[in-house]
Design a protein around this ligand. Structure first.
Ligand SMILES: CC(C)(COP(=O)(O)OP(=O)(O)OC[C@H]1O[C@@H](n2cnc3c(N)ncnc32)[C@H](O)[C@@H]1OP(=O)(O)O)[C@@H](O)C(=O)NCCC(=O)NCCS
Length: 181
């Protein structure tokens, strides 16, 4: 687990953080100590796939640990200028991760993921709306993200928030972008 490190670059603090606080949300930089939480969160994002695999639990755990490690390595090496935030609420503290790259004109949601018992309460919408407000303030070209083609619920949320498909689906994922008027 020692490889779960994050780049430290002294990025500008997240804008409009008081608006998130008003929604009972807070962000802090992820760190190595968050690895157990992040790994459990990752496992919780893939329960359906795992349910189909007739593997012993130990093999599933090893598979998920490996994939988490590879995904983490990909994120921090390809998006070394990004913010890697842990999402917190006043009630249950650590509830998710929100990885946002503000280093290019078109911002990128690298990942947004909440623990199962934190979903469906408006937190994801609040985070994305907050990022949209920040992008508008910063004069960014917009925000894009990749949604799994099979994740119809997430895609419908993005659609409601003004994200539209751009280009053809790339294998398992569809790029969607929101652009301020
Ligand atoms: C997608 C996600 C970040 C949305 O945050 P949220 O706080 O649950 O969403 P909100 O409460 O603000 O909005 C509710 C909408 O989110 C979407 N949503 C809710 N639960 C979801 C889930 N388990 N998976 C995917 N989308 C979900 C639906 O569109 C829902 O609207 P509906 O109830 O009318 O179907 C969160 O549900 C999550 O982490 N899901 C699992 C991981 C995931 O799918 N990440 C997106 C990768 S592209």
């Amino acid at each position: 687990m020692g490889s779960t490190t994050f780049p430290r670059r002294g990025l500008p603090p997240p804008p409009r953080i008081d608006e998130l606080a008003a929604r009972g949300l807070a962000l802090r930089d992820a760190g190595e100590a968050d690895a157990p939480f992040l790994q459990a969160l990752y496992a919780g994002l893939r329960p359906d796939e795992m349910a189909f695999m007739a593997w012993p639990q130990a093999l599933k755990d090893a598979f998920l640990a490996d994939h988490f490690r590879l995904q983490h390595h990909h994120f921090v090496s390809h998006f070394s200028g990004a913010d890697f935030w842990i999402v917190r609420t006043g009630v249950k503290s650590t509830v998710g991760r929100f990885y946002l790259d503000r280093s290019a004109s078109l911002w990128r949601v690298i990942d947004i993921g909440l623990a199962p018992d934190a979903r469906g309460q408006g937190l994801g919408s609040a985070l994305l709306r907050w990022a949209q407000a920040g992008a508008r303030d910063a004069g960014a070209a917009g925000i894009d993200l990749h949604a799994a083609v099979v994740n119809a619920r997430a895609r419908s949320l993005y659609q409601r928030l003004g994200f539209r498909p751009e280009g053809a689906a790339e294998g398992y994922h569809q790029r969607m972008a929101w652009r301020p008027r």
